[in-house]
Design a protein around this ligand. Structure first.
Ligand code: HEC
Length: 138
């Protein structure tokens, strides 16, 4: 009897797990934008200023404007930033080539997806108005 119930519960657990795996929630829904903002200040801001003058990277306002133009979809925007930060690849850059010629290619920031999703979602949702840019459509 105990074994049979054990089997049922394992079955239920597997069912729930596979339902979750089949439909991952959109990344931005799970992101902690307050943590993202702090991480931007501690990690990304060592190279990226928000607006001009530039430090050792293009100012974020310019980067985010380009990203919004290229990725109007929030999840696609977040995924691009996460992938880019972990493994910058000039072939996938949204920035004009002269930007890389001037600043060089970004060094990888090897942080886990979750932490980078926080920064990327903050850039999408919270930072544009603070940067004096129009708020993107949700
Ligand atoms: C060591 C300096 C440095 C740090 C730290 C840094 N970046 Fe960059 N980043 C750069 C440079 C240089 C470029 C311009 C290279 C290019 O566009 O090809 C860049 C470009 C970018 C771009 C443009 C991507 C694209 O598609 O062209 C994004 C987005 C970005 N950085 C996000 C971040 C985030 C988020 C962080 C913090 C987690 C971060 N960066 C930390 C130097 C840095």
């Amino acid at each position: 009897m105990r074994r049979r119930w054990g089997g049922v519960w394992i079955g239920v657990a597997l069912g729930v797990a596979s339902a979750v795996a089949a439909q991952p929630p959109p990344v931005a829904v799970l992101a902690d934008t307050a943590a993202g903002r702090r991480m931007f200040a501690t990690v990304c801001a060592s190279c990226h200023s928000v607006g001009p003058p530039a430090k050792s990277a293009p100012p974020m306002r310019m980067v985010v404007m380009r990203l919004h133009a290229q990725y109007p979809d929030r999840d696609a925007f977040v995924r691009h930033v996460v992938r880019w930060a972990q493994d910058p690849d000039s072939n996938m850059s949204v920035m004009p080539r002269r930007v890389r010629e001037h600043f060089g290619l970004m060094l990888p920031v090897p942080l886990p997806n979750g932490l980078l999703e926080n920064v990327a979602t903050w850039l999408w949702m919270v930072n544009p108005p603070e940067m004096g840019m129009p708020v993107p459509k949700p």
